[in-house]
Design a protein around this ligand. Structure first.
Ligand SMILES: *Cc1c(COP(=O)(O)O)cnc(C)c1O
Length: 462
């Protein structure tokens, strides 16, 4: 307990030569905060009897301060190497934007822009105008609106069109996406009453028809993005539902999740619905994410009939869900690439990565091995092994994409130690362990990532 009285005061620590040196390299308030944190740590250690006299030596104290300062130098939100093979990894930021947009995004971010300014009339414009026409052209919608994410899109639609009234949904479509988006809960938040019809595996058109009353505000179809029901199943198509809605005068809305605009012929399991097809089949509104298969920024897109979209544009909630200029710049840029399908496949990383063939990935892998072998210590070996990557991000749960992976083995550390050591690097490298090997999936590791991988492996070996 005596040791606690020997813990130096802040001023004394600051006066040490070592601390004076740190003050020439870092701003004073930053050093001061680090000193306080270190002294707090020493006091906490003293209280639990873990403090030792060596911990109070000036060199030990200043080393602690230097570690705090170094930790403060790295951003919390920072780049990682995605070696998981999961292309739409929600925890790692889902879609990467097309490199072609870099210059334009920087221009919008670091200066003024036409965000809500109409250069023709010289008057106030609307931020949604920058993408509405493009969305309409690409999907066949009459009007469109963009909000913060697809969850917000569904919330806005429910609040504007169904508050205090009933929304009919199939029991088989009451999905949960990523833990926090659950259809029954979003209904409540939007003030709508959930009217479930059918059963988990089978819902028929007559189930919807029998449930329609004066109280019905909407028929909602939700895409089962992250699971599949197989076996004895029946689902009502969007065309059948749209026809019923027209017959009964009830709007039909589809939450299709991914926002796919493309045909994925030749890739087994890639049967995600297309926005255009849902609208052509008669849905009044379709909502989808900007950062799943669309390959753009986080956003929620609502596309459909002008009369319905215009009601949403006037709703109070829109102000709370609105997107900023960076989102709009990234979304406009991504959508512009879709004007030419060949360009979209080539330039949008999400589309490109999902279409990489096992053959192309093996070639990438052979190049990576040559580079790594030159740079790794003798205690480490790398080799290529075949496997499968996943789409992720709550999309296409059944799609299995054949891939190649780099298996890393070390004479000195276990796969678990490699995995942990790599994710704690300044540029974290995220991989996985299978059958005792540490693996990096070539599908999601970019060519420019290999120096960071080599640095990380060398640091773990050291
Ligand atoms: C992903 C998904 C959502 C949530 O979208 P976010 O853009 O992540 O908010 C909602 N509904 C479905 C069907 C989805 O797949």
């Amino acid at each position: 307990m005596d040791l606690i009285r020997s813990i130096p005061k802040v001023d004394k620590v600051l006066a040490e030569p070592e601390c004076q040196r740190l003050l020439t390299a870092h701003p004073r308030p930053v050093v001061l905060a680090a000193v306080r944190q270190v002294l707090d740590g020493l006091r906490a250690a003293a209280r639990t009897g873990r403090l030792q006299a060596v911990d109070l030596e000036p060199a030990a104290v200043s080393a602690g301060i230097e570690r705090r300062l170094a930790a403060g130098e790295t951003f919390s939100l920072r780049r990682v190497v995605n070696g998981t093979g999961v292309v739409l990894h929600t925890n790692l930021g889902r879609s990467s934007l097309a490199p072609k947009l870099r210059e334009h995004l920087a221009e919008i971010a670091f200066g003024y822009s036409t965000l809500e300014y109409d250069v023709v009339t010289g008057e106030r414009g609307t931020r949604y105008a920058h993408v509405e026409e493009l969305i309409c052209r690409l999907t066949g919608a009459e009007a469109a609106l963009v909000v913060n994410n697809n969850a917000a899109a569904v919330l806005l639609v429910l609040a504007a069109m169904a508050a205090g009234r009933e929304v009919i949904v199939s029991r088989g479509e009451l999905v949960e996406i990523g833990g926090s988006f659950r259809i029954p809960d979003v209904m409540k938040q939007g003030g709508a009453l959930l009217r479930e019809v059918g059963t988990t595996n089978r819902t028929h058109l007559r189930d919807y028809r029998d449930a329609i009353t004066e109280q019905t505000a909407m028929l909602l179809k939700v895409h089962c993005s992250n699971f599949a029901v197989v076996g004895f199943t029946a689902e009502v198509t969007i065309a059948e539902l749209a026809a019923l809605g027209r017959e009964c005068g009830v709007p039909v809305v589809a939450d299709i999740g991914s926002g796919n605009l493309m045909d994925w012929q030749g890739i087994p399991g890639m049967n995600e619905p297309k926005v255009q097809e849902y609208l052509a089949a008669g849905a009044d509104l379709v909502t989808f994410s900007g950062d799943k298969l669309l390959g753009g920024p986080q956003a929620g897109i609502i596309a459909g009939r002008a009369a319905v979209v215009n009601r949403l544009k006037e709703h109070q909630l829109l102000r709370a869900l609105r997107v900023d200029k960076l989102t709009l710049a990234a979304l406009e840029g991504t959508l512009r690439l879709y004007r030419d399908e060949r360009q979209a496949w080539a330039e949008i990383p999400t589309l490109r990565l999902l279409r990489l063939t096992a053959e192309e990935l093996k070639k990438k892998g052979q190049q990576a091995l040559r580079r790594l072998r030159r740079q790794l210590p003798d205690s480490m070996t790398v080799e290529l092994v075949p496997g499968v990557s996943q789409v992720g991000g709550g999309a296409l749960p059944l799609a299995e994409l054949p891939t190649w992976l780099v298996a890393v083995r070390s004479a000195d550390c276990s796969a678990r130690e490699l995995e942990e050591g790599l994710r704690r690097q300044p540029v974290p490298v995220i991989g996985r362990i299978a059958r005792g090997d540490f693996l990096l999936d070539l599908r999601t590791v970019a060519d420019g990532d290999w120096p960071a991988v080599a640095d990380g492996l060398r640091a773990v070996a050291a």
